[in-house]
Ligand binder design. Sequence first.
Ligand code: 5AD
Ligand code: SF4
Length: 489
Amino acid sequence: MAGLGKRQNTGETSFIDNVTGQKIVKLGGLEFPPRKVWMKTFGCQMNYHDSERILSHLKDLNFSHTEEKESADLILFNTCAIRDLANTKFYSQLGEIKHNKKKNEKLVVGVGGCVAQTEGKALVKKYKHLDFAFGTDVIDSINDLVFRSYAGDGKFSVNAWDRSTDFSIETKITHGSPQAFVNIIKGCNKYCSYCIVPYTRGKERSRKCKEVVEDVRKLVKYQGIQEITLLGQNVNSYGKENNESLAMLITELDKIEGLELIRYTTSHPYDVSDELIAVHGTAKKLSNHLHLPVQSGSKAVLERMLREYTPEHFLNLCNKLRKANPNIILSTDIIVGFPNETQEEFEATLKLLDEAQFDFIYSYVYSARKGTKAAKMPDSLTDDIRGERLRYLQSYQLKIQEKLRAPLKGKTLRVLVDGQSNQKGIKKWKGRTNGNRIVHFEPVDADKNYLWHWVDLEITSATALSCQGKLLKDHGKKIESHDFQCSLG
Ligand code: 5AD
Ligand code: SF4
């Protein structure tokens, strides 16, 4: 199919059916009555962002989102290939869908995302009840693919790369929240030896700075967005091909009136420039939290991972960032049990945790991914050793975290409330601070809806994993007073 990367002219038209009074969408001779789509997303924020984009496109084809699988006309999976666990979960859920298809012959089933990019053809062949698979670079053509399926095109798989020279999109959101992910760069050129992403997401391509700024300006003005997260597999590479940079982009976004908070993820330490570090000291709206995946504290393991930096370089970056913004809160990703990781190499990671003082970490056991360089490396480690190292590392970090967070008690932090929580039977609300810490609080008025309110909380307890707060002030859905003291944690 031509033009799979981008849909320029969508071609859908709609009319109201005289008899049923329902809206009918017409596309290429087919009529689409109101239908329901159920979608399961695995993996990273990029996948969740893609899913939202898919749902937004499908709205144009008369599909509304349902949480009930049984009532769906279309079932979609957005898959993740980064570790074995997400893979296994996806395969078992895909298997179960065969019962839904038995009950409802008209049900259409599609699989997208990273697994579909590399395994789509084989999946469609293997699973009788799977109608189509679509890769990561054709999500903007989802309506054409669904159309093909309803037009009776049989089983098919599409994993073409978008070969247009520029990457140009508009952010699409379907939710009513004031938070939005904004994809600014796709793909990854790094080829870290353990990682499947460059194979499932393709080469790096950035949107132009001007386009992103205009996009965010519209999100703020017309869709009530107050907090954005700039997204990319390696967001620090943003703009290289256009002589632009993440630092430049953040500086421009910082000027947008009505925008409250800017976050970005995910970073690669090699590409964190001095210019970007400086922006952490100057941009008022840039979050005080930075997620900076280090993966290992061993120089030799980092070399085998092809990460292009040493532990010293990484620690130096942390120091420079803390100098630029003394309130910065750092977190990281760690992989334990990289092929043939020795006990000494593992201990070097523990040492790095001591030195870097991360506020939290995501840690994983190494999982061999087919086609990557690391999957071919000699490896004598057992699953038991890997599991043991992971548990040790996690409890080691918890002690660091506990010490680091204890001084939060008594401070006042501002939080954007994003949901409810139930702790030991007590109904609470929860939200994230500027520094990305989750705080729970009991409402003063039990019946009040605090969702998407900005509130100031006095921290009453802070442990390694959870913070509790007392409600001091409810600002409502917009902040009037910009008292930045509240934004430091
Ligand atoms: N095995 C284990 N963890 C991995 N990650 C990426 N690839 C692998 C793998 N093969 C982790 C890295 C990365 C995070 C998103 O997932 O820590 O930063
Ligand atoms: Fe994977 Fe490395 Fe690219 Fe991150 S920078 S997506 S770990 S290859």
